[in-house]
Design a protein around this ligand. Structure first.
Ligand code: FAD
Length: 324
Protein backbone atom coordinates (compact mmCIF):
# COMPACT_ATOMS: atom_id res chain seq x y z
CA UNK A 1 0.00 0.00 0.00
CA UNK A 2 1.28 3.48 -0.75
CA UNK A 3 0.39 7.01 0.22
CA UNK A 4 0.05 9.25 -2.84
CA UNK A 5 0.89 12.93 -2.47
CA UNK A 6 0.04 15.48 -5.14
CA UNK A 7 2.54 18.35 -5.36
CA UNK A 8 1.75 21.73 -6.90
CA UNK A 9 4.45 23.23 -9.12
CA UNK A 10 5.42 26.87 -9.53
CA UNK A 11 7.66 27.46 -12.53
CA UNK A 12 8.79 23.84 -12.34
CA UNK A 13 9.59 23.92 -8.61
CA UNK A 14 7.61 22.14 -5.92
CA UNK A 15 5.74 24.70 -3.80
CA UNK A 16 6.67 24.89 -0.14
CA UNK A 17 3.13 24.01 0.96
CA UNK A 18 3.43 20.85 -1.17
CA UNK A 19 6.78 19.97 0.42
CA UNK A 20 4.93 20.11 3.73
CA UNK A 21 2.34 17.74 2.24
CA UNK A 22 5.17 15.37 1.18
CA UNK A 23 6.65 15.43 4.71
CA UNK A 24 3.16 14.84 6.12
CA UNK A 25 2.50 12.00 3.64
CA UNK A 26 5.84 10.36 4.48
CA UNK A 27 4.89 10.37 8.17
CA UNK A 28 1.47 8.87 7.35
CA UNK A 29 3.19 6.21 5.20
CA UNK A 30 5.49 5.39 8.11
CA UNK A 31 2.47 5.05 10.41
CA UNK A 32 0.47 2.90 8.03
CA UNK A 33 3.34 0.78 6.74
CA UNK A 34 3.47 1.98 3.14
CA UNK A 35 5.63 4.09 0.84
CA UNK A 36 5.24 7.77 0.03
CA UNK A 37 4.77 8.31 -3.71
CA UNK A 38 4.53 11.80 -5.20
CA UNK A 39 2.56 12.90 -8.26
CA UNK A 40 3.68 15.99 -10.22
CA UNK A 41 1.81 17.30 -13.27
CA UNK A 42 3.27 19.69 -15.83
CA UNK A 43 6.73 20.99 -16.66
CA UNK A 44 9.52 20.29 -14.21
CA UNK A 45 13.13 19.15 -14.33
CA UNK A 46 13.76 15.67 -12.91
CA UNK A 47 16.46 17.15 -10.63
CA UNK A 48 13.83 19.39 -9.00
CA UNK A 49 11.36 16.53 -8.52
CA UNK A 50 14.03 14.26 -7.06
CA UNK A 51 14.17 16.69 -4.12
CA UNK A 52 10.88 15.21 -2.85
CA UNK A 53 13.12 12.39 -1.59
CA UNK A 54 14.57 14.74 1.03
CA UNK A 55 11.11 15.02 2.57
CA UNK A 56 10.48 11.28 2.66
CA UNK A 57 9.15 10.35 -0.81
CA UNK A 58 10.59 7.26 -2.46
CA UNK A 59 9.21 7.83 -5.96
CA UNK A 60 7.83 10.67 -8.06
CA UNK A 61 5.38 10.02 -10.87
CA UNK A 62 5.76 12.81 -13.40
CA UNK A 63 3.21 13.49 -16.13
CA UNK A 64 4.85 16.05 -18.40
CA UNK A 65 2.04 16.11 -21.02
CA UNK A 66 1.92 19.64 -22.51
CA UNK A 67 -1.85 19.76 -21.87
CA UNK A 68 -1.12 19.65 -18.13
CA UNK A 69 1.13 22.69 -18.20
CA UNK A 70 -1.63 24.97 -16.89
CA UNK A 71 -3.80 24.11 -13.89
CA UNK A 72 -6.98 22.26 -14.86
CA UNK A 73 -8.76 20.69 -11.91
CA UNK A 74 -10.78 18.28 -14.09
CA UNK A 75 -7.78 16.80 -15.90
CA UNK A 76 -5.60 16.97 -12.81
CA UNK A 77 -8.21 15.11 -10.72
CA UNK A 78 -8.49 12.47 -13.46
CA UNK A 79 -4.70 12.03 -13.44
CA UNK A 80 -4.63 11.88 -9.62
CA UNK A 81 -7.32 9.17 -9.51
CA UNK A 82 -5.49 7.17 -12.20
CA UNK A 83 -2.17 7.44 -10.34
CA UNK A 84 -3.87 6.29 -7.12
CA UNK A 85 -5.32 3.27 -8.91
CA UNK A 86 -1.97 2.44 -10.56
CA UNK A 87 -0.12 2.66 -7.23
CA UNK A 88 -2.85 0.97 -5.18
CA UNK A 89 -2.85 4.03 -2.90
CA UNK A 90 -5.37 3.96 -0.10
CA UNK A 91 -4.45 7.40 1.22
CA UNK A 92 -4.18 10.46 -1.01
CA UNK A 93 -2.79 13.73 0.27
CA UNK A 94 -2.92 17.24 -1.17
CA UNK A 95 -1.99 20.63 0.27
CA UNK A 96 -4.81 23.07 0.94
CA UNK A 97 -5.39 25.58 -1.83
CA UNK A 98 -8.16 26.32 -4.31
CA UNK A 99 -6.67 23.74 -6.68
CA UNK A 100 -6.02 21.21 -3.90
CA UNK A 101 -9.63 21.33 -2.71
CA UNK A 102 -11.06 21.17 -6.25
CA UNK A 103 -8.87 18.19 -7.22
CA UNK A 104 -9.46 16.40 -3.92
CA UNK A 105 -13.25 16.58 -4.20
CA UNK A 106 -13.27 15.39 -7.82
CA UNK A 107 -10.76 12.59 -7.28
CA UNK A 108 -12.62 11.47 -4.13
CA UNK A 109 -15.88 11.24 -6.10
CA UNK A 110 -14.15 9.14 -8.80
CA UNK A 111 -12.56 6.80 -6.22
CA UNK A 112 -15.60 6.71 -3.88
CA UNK A 113 -13.29 7.95 -1.16
CA UNK A 114 -14.02 9.79 2.07
CA UNK A 115 -12.47 13.24 2.12
CA UNK A 116 -11.40 15.62 4.87
CA UNK A 117 -10.14 19.13 4.10
CA UNK A 118 -8.26 21.46 6.44
CA UNK A 119 -6.37 18.65 8.21
CA UNK A 120 -4.12 19.98 10.98
CA UNK A 121 -2.45 16.88 12.45
CA UNK A 122 -1.36 13.34 11.65
CA UNK A 123 -4.24 10.83 11.61
CA UNK A 124 -4.94 8.56 14.57
CA UNK A 125 -4.85 5.03 13.23
CA UNK A 126 -5.43 2.96 16.39
CA UNK A 127 -8.90 1.53 15.92
CA UNK A 128 -10.18 3.42 12.89
CA UNK A 129 -8.80 6.36 10.93
CA UNK A 130 -9.46 9.71 12.60
CA UNK A 131 -8.24 13.11 11.52
CA UNK A 132 -8.43 16.54 13.09
CA UNK A 133 -9.42 19.44 10.88
CA UNK A 134 -9.89 23.15 11.38
CA UNK A 135 -13.48 24.38 11.22
CA UNK A 136 -15.16 27.80 11.45
CA UNK A 137 -12.15 29.42 9.72
CA UNK A 138 -9.78 27.92 12.27
CA UNK A 139 -11.74 28.93 15.39
CA UNK A 140 -12.43 25.29 16.33
CA UNK A 141 -11.21 21.80 15.52
CA UNK A 142 -13.27 18.73 14.68
CA UNK A 143 -12.22 15.09 14.75
CA UNK A 144 -13.57 13.19 11.78
CA UNK A 145 -13.48 9.46 11.18
CA UNK A 146 -13.06 8.25 7.60
CA UNK A 147 -14.46 4.78 7.06
CA UNK A 148 -14.04 4.38 3.29
CA UNK A 149 -11.35 2.12 1.84
CA UNK A 150 -9.64 5.05 0.11
CA UNK A 151 -9.11 8.27 2.04
CA UNK A 152 -8.37 11.76 0.73
CA UNK A 153 -6.77 14.33 3.06
CA UNK A 154 -6.26 18.00 2.25
CA UNK A 155 -3.59 19.29 4.62
CA UNK A 156 -3.49 22.82 6.01
CA UNK A 157 -0.29 24.83 5.82
CA UNK A 158 1.97 24.51 8.89
CA UNK A 159 0.43 21.14 9.88
CA UNK A 160 3.98 19.72 9.82
CA UNK A 161 7.31 21.44 10.29
CA UNK A 162 9.77 21.06 7.44
CA UNK A 163 13.40 21.97 7.16
CA UNK A 164 13.51 23.80 3.83
CA UNK A 165 17.10 22.88 3.19
CA UNK A 166 15.96 19.25 3.27
CA UNK A 167 16.56 16.93 6.19
CA UNK A 168 18.55 14.43 4.08
CA UNK A 169 20.20 14.16 0.68
CA UNK A 170 17.98 11.26 -0.30
CA UNK A 171 16.83 11.41 -3.91
CA UNK A 172 13.45 10.11 -5.09
CA UNK A 173 13.28 8.08 -8.30
CA UNK A 174 11.40 10.01 -11.01
CA UNK A 175 9.20 7.90 -13.28
CA UNK A 176 7.26 9.04 -16.34
CA UNK A 177 3.50 8.77 -15.87
CA UNK A 178 1.04 8.94 -18.72
CA UNK A 179 -2.55 9.37 -17.59
CA UNK A 180 -5.35 8.93 -20.11
CA UNK A 181 -6.58 12.47 -20.65
CA UNK A 182 -10.15 13.09 -21.85
CA UNK A 183 -10.92 15.83 -24.36
CA UNK A 184 -13.98 16.73 -22.28
CA UNK A 185 -11.66 17.83 -19.44
CA UNK A 186 -10.26 20.56 -21.69
CA UNK A 187 -13.45 22.33 -22.81
CA UNK A 188 -12.27 25.37 -20.83
CA UNK A 189 -8.59 26.06 -20.43
CA UNK A 190 -6.03 28.71 -19.53
CA UNK A 191 -4.86 30.69 -22.56
CA UNK A 192 -2.21 32.79 -20.85
CA UNK A 193 -1.05 33.67 -17.34
CA UNK A 194 0.02 37.12 -16.18
CA UNK A 195 1.79 37.12 -12.86
CA UNK A 196 0.95 39.82 -10.31
CA UNK A 197 3.92 42.14 -9.91
CA UNK A 198 4.33 41.50 -6.16
CA UNK A 199 7.63 39.83 -5.48
CA UNK A 200 6.31 37.14 -3.14
CA UNK A 201 3.09 35.15 -3.07
CA UNK A 202 1.05 35.70 0.09
CA UNK A 203 0.11 32.04 0.45
CA UNK A 204 3.74 30.94 0.25
CA UNK A 205 5.34 33.80 2.23
CA UNK A 206 7.06 33.02 5.53
CA UNK A 207 6.62 36.61 6.71
CA UNK A 208 3.82 39.06 5.85
CA UNK A 209 3.71 42.75 6.69
CA UNK A 210 0.15 43.94 6.33
CA UNK A 211 -1.47 47.37 6.55
CA UNK A 212 -4.93 48.69 7.37
CA UNK A 213 -6.71 52.00 7.30
CA UNK A 214 -4.37 53.20 10.04
CA UNK A 215 -1.74 53.61 7.30
CA UNK A 216 -3.80 56.67 6.26
CA UNK A 217 -3.44 56.41 2.48
CA UNK A 218 -1.51 54.81 -0.41
CA UNK A 219 1.05 57.60 -0.34
CA UNK A 220 2.06 56.54 3.19
CA UNK A 221 2.77 52.87 2.39
CA UNK A 222 6.54 53.19 1.96
CA UNK A 223 7.48 52.56 5.64
CA UNK A 224 5.54 49.27 5.47
CA UNK A 225 7.20 48.28 2.17
CA UNK A 226 10.62 49.15 3.64
CA UNK A 227 10.04 46.79 6.57
CA UNK A 228 8.78 44.06 4.22
CA UNK A 229 11.94 44.41 2.08
CA UNK A 230 14.20 44.35 5.12
CA UNK A 231 12.53 41.13 6.31
CA UNK A 232 12.11 39.49 2.88
CA UNK A 233 8.35 39.58 3.48
CA UNK A 234 5.25 39.78 1.30
CA UNK A 235 2.84 42.68 1.78
CA UNK A 236 -0.88 42.39 2.52
CA UNK A 237 -3.74 44.63 3.56
CA UNK A 238 -7.22 44.78 5.10
CA UNK A 239 -10.36 44.81 2.94
CA UNK A 240 -11.16 48.54 3.12
CA UNK A 241 -7.63 49.30 1.97
CA UNK A 242 -8.08 47.30 -1.23
CA UNK A 243 -11.69 48.55 -1.63
CA UNK A 244 -10.31 52.10 -1.53
CA UNK A 245 -7.72 51.12 -4.15
CA UNK A 246 -4.87 52.04 -1.80
CA UNK A 247 -3.45 48.57 -2.50
CA UNK A 248 -4.20 45.92 -5.17
CA UNK A 249 -7.02 43.43 -4.51
CA UNK A 250 -4.71 40.42 -4.55
CA UNK A 251 -3.23 41.73 -1.26
CA UNK A 252 -6.60 41.66 0.54
CA UNK A 253 -6.42 39.23 3.46
CA UNK A 254 -9.35 37.84 5.43
CA UNK A 255 -12.63 35.99 5.26
CA UNK A 256 -13.43 37.41 1.83
CA UNK A 257 -9.80 37.70 0.78
CA UNK A 258 -6.75 35.44 0.89
CA UNK A 259 -6.23 33.15 3.87
CA UNK A 260 -2.61 33.17 4.96
CA UNK A 261 -0.54 31.10 7.36
CA UNK A 262 2.96 32.63 7.57
CA UNK A 263 5.40 32.08 10.39
CA UNK A 264 5.21 35.80 11.17
CA UNK A 265 2.29 38.19 10.48
CA UNK A 266 2.88 41.86 11.28
CA UNK A 267 -0.36 43.89 11.30
CA UNK A 268 0.12 47.64 11.00
CA UNK A 269 -2.83 49.93 11.74
CA UNK A 270 -5.39 47.13 11.37
CA UNK A 271 -8.19 47.02 13.94
CA UNK A 272 -8.53 43.21 14.00
CA UNK A 273 -12.16 42.83 12.94
CA UNK A 274 -13.32 39.21 13.03
CA UNK A 275 -13.43 39.05 9.23
CA UNK A 276 -9.75 40.00 9.01
CA UNK A 277 -8.75 37.59 11.80
CA UNK A 278 -10.46 34.75 9.90
CA UNK A 279 -7.77 35.09 7.25
CA UNK A 280 -4.74 35.23 9.56
CA UNK A 281 -5.44 32.84 12.42
CA UNK A 282 -3.24 30.16 10.82
CA UNK A 283 -0.19 32.40 11.41
CA UNK A 284 2.39 31.04 13.82
CA UNK A 285 3.26 34.40 15.38
CA UNK A 286 1.21 37.61 15.15
CA UNK A 287 2.68 41.03 15.91
CA UNK A 288 0.23 43.94 16.11
CA UNK A 289 1.14 47.62 15.87
CA UNK A 290 -1.77 49.90 16.74
CA UNK A 291 -2.00 53.24 18.51
CA UNK A 292 -5.23 52.18 20.25
CA UNK A 293 -4.46 49.83 23.17
CA UNK A 294 -8.09 48.64 23.02
CA UNK A 295 -7.83 47.51 19.35
CA UNK A 296 -9.36 44.00 19.14
CA UNK A 297 -6.30 42.68 17.25
CA UNK A 298 -4.25 42.76 20.47
CA UNK A 299 -6.38 39.87 21.80
CA UNK A 300 -5.16 37.67 18.91
CA UNK A 301 -1.56 38.93 19.06
CA UNK A 302 1.50 37.11 20.36
CA UNK A 303 3.30 40.46 20.63
CA UNK A 304 1.73 43.90 20.62
CA UNK A 305 3.23 47.34 20.12
CA UNK A 306 1.01 50.24 21.22
CA UNK A 307 2.23 53.11 19.10
CA UNK A 308 1.99 55.13 15.92
CA UNK A 309 2.87 53.00 12.87
CA UNK A 310 4.81 55.88 11.37
CA UNK A 311 7.12 55.97 14.38
CA UNK A 312 7.32 52.21 14.97
CA UNK A 313 7.82 50.95 11.38
CA UNK A 314 11.07 52.85 10.61
CA UNK A 315 12.54 51.68 13.92
CA UNK A 316 11.65 48.06 13.20
CA UNK A 317 13.11 48.39 9.69
CA UNK A 318 16.33 49.78 11.13
CA UNK A 319 16.49 46.92 13.65
CA UNK A 320 15.80 44.32 10.91
CA UNK A 321 18.60 45.78 8.74
CA UNK A 322 21.00 45.68 11.68
CA UNK A 323 20.30 41.99 12.14
CA UNK A 324 21.81 41.16 8.72
C1 FAD B 1 -19.12 40.29 5.03
C2 FAD B 1 -17.85 41.02 5.38
C3 FAD B 1 -16.65 40.49 4.96
C4 FAD B 1 -15.46 41.15 5.28
N1 FAD B 1 -14.27 40.60 4.89
C5 FAD B 1 -13.11 41.20 5.28
C6 FAD B 1 -11.86 40.65 4.95
O1 FAD B 1 -11.76 39.60 4.28
N2 FAD B 1 -10.75 41.27 5.36
C7 FAD B 1 -10.78 42.43 6.10
O2 FAD B 1 -9.72 42.97 6.44
N3 FAD B 1 -11.96 42.99 6.41
C8 FAD B 1 -13.12 42.41 6.02
N4 FAD B 1 -14.29 43.00 6.33
C9 FAD B 1 -14.26 44.34 6.94
C10 FAD B 1 -14.02 44.29 8.45
O3 FAD B 1 -15.24 44.13 9.13
C11 FAD B 1 -13.37 45.61 8.92
O4 FAD B 1 -14.19 46.68 8.53
C12 FAD B 1 -11.96 45.84 8.35
O5 FAD B 1 -11.15 44.71 8.57
C13 FAD B 1 -11.35 47.05 9.01
O6 FAD B 1 -10.17 47.39 8.37
P1 FAD B 1 -9.03 48.18 9.11
O7 FAD B 1 -8.72 47.52 10.39
O8 FAD B 1 -7.93 48.41 8.13
O9 FAD B 1 -9.69 49.63 9.36
P2 FAD B 1 -10.28 50.29 10.65
O10 FAD B 1 -11.35 49.48 11.25
O11 FAD B 1 -10.60 51.70 10.26
O12 FAD B 1 -9.07 50.28 11.69
C14 FAD B 1 -7.92 51.05 11.55
C15 FAD B 1 -7.04 50.78 12.77
O13 FAD B 1 -5.85 51.52 12.63
C16 FAD B 1 -5.50 52.07 13.89
N5 FAD B 1 -4.70 53.27 13.61
C17 FAD B 1 -5.10 54.44 13.08
N6 FAD B 1 -4.05 55.27 12.92
C18 FAD B 1 -2.96 54.59 13.39
C19 FAD B 1 -1.59 54.91 13.50
N7 FAD B 1 -1.10 56.10 13.07
N8 FAD B 1 -0.76 53.99 14.02
C20 FAD B 1 -1.21 52.79 14.47
N9 FAD B 1 -2.51 52.45 14.38
C21 FAD B 1 -3.36 53.33 13.83
C22 FAD B 1 -6.82 52.37 14.57
O14 FAD B 1 -6.66 52.40 15.99
C23 FAD B 1 -7.67 51.19 14.11
O15 FAD B 1 -7.59 50.11 15.01
C24 FAD B 1 -15.49 42.37 6.02
C25 FAD B 1 -16.73 42.88 6.42
C26 FAD B 1 -17.89 42.22 6.12
C27 FAD B 1 -19.19 42.80 6.59
Amino acid sequence: MSVLIYVELDNGSIKKTSLEAVAYGAKVAEKTGGKAVVLALGNAEAAELEKAGRYGATKVLHAADARLEHENSLAYADALAQAATQEGSKIIILSKSGLGDAMAARAAAKLKAGIVSGVTALPETDGGFKVTRAIFTGKAFATTEIKSDIKVLVVRKNAVEIDETGPTDTVAAVEAFQPTLRDSDFTAGVVSVEKADSELSLTEAEIIVSGGRGMKGPEHWQPLIDLARALGAATGCSKPVSDLDWRPHHEHIGQTGIKVAPNLYIACGISGAIQHLAGVNGSKCIVVINKDPEAPFFKAADYGIVGDVFEVLPRLTEAAKNLK
